[in-house]
Design a protein around this ligand. Structure first.
Ligand code: ATP
Ligand code: MG
Length: 355
């Protein structure tokens, strides 16, 4: 039996608080099911570490992480250090070096959760966001600084291979789940070079999947459709920037950041994938046991699926759904008055009842 080796990075702010609940859930599963072997190693690579050492992780940090089966990540961000530091010195290096080119964001309305919109049916779709290139490149520069003529150029990098591998992952998912339409978020009518190649590359992959239609949707109109008919979507492929915006909008439609998980996937499995809540370190509520741990626990469910334990992932999801539907131990973001650990404990109790 192989042991699942998980690197745990709790991070800053509410990160360690919600991570404690995610870890609690994983331990409960390992206790209840002897076929699920777990070895978790925690790394305190956060803003305190940066203030002490002048860097976000040790020089050989990536080499250390490389040997794990998955990375379970909390949240980073601290008012004492510039916002771009954790992103460019820890999160981006992990995503890029480990080829985590698929950012998967489920937008799923759980039973009992009210959407701010009136919809015809439940909202339940996946955004597949390109995670390794695109608009978030550090290529470009500024010219004529401090002069009236000052200009800035920010390059978007779109590669045929980069788009095709993302699209292939999304279409494979669609085929496995009997989804017959993939919506392609684009803006090739105005951003002609990069989005032009984007569209062509998505279409080239779509041609390999007869029976699955690809529908181009301009990002501006698509944002409006998210509000008008979010229940009509099943699978969306989007660039780094468009996917970022759409998935935050999507999260707001289904209960907010406290209920929004994500996966940074390396589909080939040659490097570990990383699982994290969409939310940040929420300094406004940190240290108060007021954060909702469900996004972190849901991210654990995505991790379990990636590790080949769909069965355990389903157990966790069912437990989350029961706790949300019964509404007895919810945190303040969901209008409850439970503390972080109480929501976690209730989910663990539900897991024990199922196993
Ligand atoms: P970042 O730049 O890291 O994304 P941010 O300030 O933009 O940080 P968050 O830290 O996610 O975003 O916080 C946004 C708002 O959502 C805050 O008011 C925060 O309290 C709230 N929030 C975020 N996560 C949770 C959670 N798990 N439970 C409850 N509220 C949360
Ligand atoms: Mg944010």
């Amino acid at each position: 039996m192989n042991t699942n080796r998980i690197a745990v990075l709790p991070g800053d702010g509410i990160g360690p608080e919600v991570m404690a609940e995610g870890v609690k859930v994983l331990k409960a599963l390992a206790e209840a099911d002897s076929s699920f072997q777990l070895e978790m190693t925690s790394f305190e690579w956060n803003s305190d570490y940066y203030l002490k050492h002048g860097r976000m992780m040790p020089e050989d940090g990536l080499t250390t992480l490389k040997n794990f089966d998955a990375i379970f990540f909390g949240a980073l961000g601290d008012r004492r250090i510039p916002e771009h530091i954790p992103i460019w010195e820890l999160i981006m290096p992990i995503r890029k070096n480990f080829n985590q080119y698929v950012n998967l964001r489920p937008i799923k309305q759980l039973p009992g959760v009210k959407s701010p919109l009136h919809t015809e049916g439940p909202i339940d779709f996946y955004v597949f966001r390109e995670n390794a290139e695109g608009e978030y490149s550090n290529m470009g520069g500024r010219l004529y600084q401090q002069m009236p003529e000052e200009i800035a150029i920010q390059n978007t990098v779109i590669t045929k291979k980069g788009v095709q591998r993302l699209a292939r992952y999304a279409f494979d998912y669609a085929r496995r789940n009997d989804v017959t339409k993939v919506v392609n978020a684009t803006k090739s009518n105005a951003i002609i070079h990069s989005m032009g190649l984007w569209d062509e590359s998505v279409k080239a992959i779509a041609a390999e999947y007869p029976g699955i239609e690809v529908e181009d949707a301009y990002i501006d109109a698509l944002a409006a459709h998210f509000v008008q008919r979010p229940e009509s979507f099943e699978v969306i492929v989007a660039s780094n920037l468009f996917g970022d915006i759409l998935s935050d909008l999507g999260a707001a439609l289904v209960g907010g950041l406290g209920l929004s998980p994500s996966a940074n996937l390396n589909p080939e499995g040659d490097f570990p994938s990383m699982f994290e809540p969409v939310h940040g370190s929420a300094p406004d509520i940190a240290g108060k046991q007021a954060a909702n741990p469900i996004a972190q626990i849901w991210s654990a469910a995505l991790m379990l699926e990636h590790l080949g334990r769909k069965d355990l992932s389903a157990v966790v999801m069912k437990a989350i759904e029961q706790v949300v539907a019964s509404a007895t131990t919810l945190t303040p973001d969901l209008k409850g008055n439970a503390r972080t650990f109480e929501t976690g404990d209730t989910i663990v109790k539900q897991i024990h009842q199922q196993m």
